[in-house]
Design a protein around this ligand. Structure first.
Ligand code: PRP
Length: 212
């Protein structure tokens, strides 16, 4: 079991696509993480153990080596800035990071930006020479401009449905997001054969994935 590959899988919105990709590559991970509360799933025939993690924690598990590899969105990678290798763009979990506001937005004297991504937001506005106060929230970010906590938000947009339902508009698209395969630096050397083999199998599928 020591040479098993430990894989940190993101619970939640990406799980369905991530697990489907692994199954296409021939690794039989469960279809829906919600079917079970199990947080570790062994797949002995593949020599793998899947760790069901909160997406934002995936880079931490991989950096500390308790997971050899992991799947995580580029948004989380940029925000968390952990010491891991980024091996592959998996082409799944496609969305974008945007600056969002009300349609009648006017520049504020003391601009405030609410976000789950304080590092990304601070860097973005700093690089543009704009002074803003960044307020960290943990969810339902769209509330902030509606109730006057902030005049804009930085958040991810996938279908645009949340914005539409709350009367908000995308003011600037910051960058595109997809899920990435990441690896622990030591594991990448010690388990290079199995990581490379997995990488090759996933890579051969990513061209199709880009069409999803
Ligand atoms: C994310 C994001 C937006 C929404 C965008 O929230 O923060 O609110 O999804 O998706 P859409 O463009 O398809 O509507 P999430 O569902 O992760 O929940 P949260 O509000 O608790 O962060």
């Amino acid at each position: 079991m020591q040479d098993w590959l430990k894989v940190a899988m993101p619970k939640g919105r990406i799980y369905k696509q991530a697990s489907a990709l692994f199954r296409e590559a021939g690794f039989f991970v469960p279809e829906e993480e919600d079917d079970s509360r199990k947080l570790r799933i062994d797949v002995p025939e593949a020599g793998m153990q899947f760790i069901m993690a909160k997406p934002v924690d995936v880079p931490t598990y991989v950096e500390y080596g308790v997971a050899d590899i992991g799947i995580v969105g580029k948004d989380v990678l940029l925000e968390e800035n952990k010491d891991v290798y980024e091996l592959l763009d998996l082409g799944i979990g496609r969305c974008r990071m945007s600056v969002i506001g009300l349609p009648d937005w006017q520049p504020a004297i003391h601009p405030r930006v609410a976000t789950k991504y304080p590092n990304i937001a601070s860097k973005y506005f700093r690089e543009r020479g704009q002074q803003v106060e960044v307020i960290k929230l943990n969810g339902s970010i769209e509330l902030a401009p509606l109730i006057g906590l902030a005049d804009r938000i930085v958040d991810m947009v996938e279908t645009g449905k949340t914005l539409q339902e709350n009367g908000l508009i995308e003011m600037e698209e910051m960058f595109g997001i997809t899920s990435r395969l990441i690896a622990n630096r030591v594991s990448y050397r010690m388990k290079s054969e199995s990581i490379q083999a997995l990488c090759d199998r996933l890579q051969s599928l990513t061209t199709d994935c880009k069409l999803r």
